[in-house]
Ligand binder design. Structure first.
Ligand code: AMP
Ligand code: ZN
Length: 113
């Protein structure tokens, strides 16, 4: 069975898409934590960071390149932004299809809560 992000990738669930190509799709987070909050996923289903393989290196690296492009497009390149991959319970991972959060448009604190 397809997970919720696979369903977004195959358009069975609607989302506000901000970028798409053959390998990736990026869409606005349904519960944004900042003025810019985009979820970037590979269309290939990988449960979490725990399951990436060496053969996925280019695919996973590509998430950052897309984040860079969307950050520019949405005007936060200069003001700043954060990229996050949550893995498992302590990090609060809710959706088990690997994804990169791109968050920006407001000042953020460190360390994260
Ligand atoms: P994580 O906690 O890292 O697994 O993040 C999952 C993120 O996906 C959360 O920020 C949710 O708000 C977001 N999310 C869940 N369902 C949807 C959806 N249908 N469309 C857009 N974002 C979603
Ligand atoms: Zn999936």
């Amino acid at each position: 069975m397809e997970c919720i992000f696979c369903k977004i990738a195959t358009k069975k669930i609607a989302s506000k898409i901000v970028f798409e190509d053959d390998e990736y799709i990026a869409f606005n987070d349904i519960k944004p934590q900042a003025p810019v909050h985009v979820i970037i996923i590979p269309k290939k289903h990988i449960d979490s960071l725990n399951y990436i393989e060496k053969e996925d290196n280019a695919l996973i690296g590509g998430l950052l390149n897309i984040a860079k492009k969307i950050a520019y497009d949405q005007g936060v390149s200069e003001t700043g932004y954060r990229t996050v991959i949550n893995c498992n319970k302590d990090a609060g991972q809710e959706v088990f299809h690997i994804h990169l959060h791109l968050i920006g448009g407001r000042k953020m604190s460190w360390p994260p809560g």
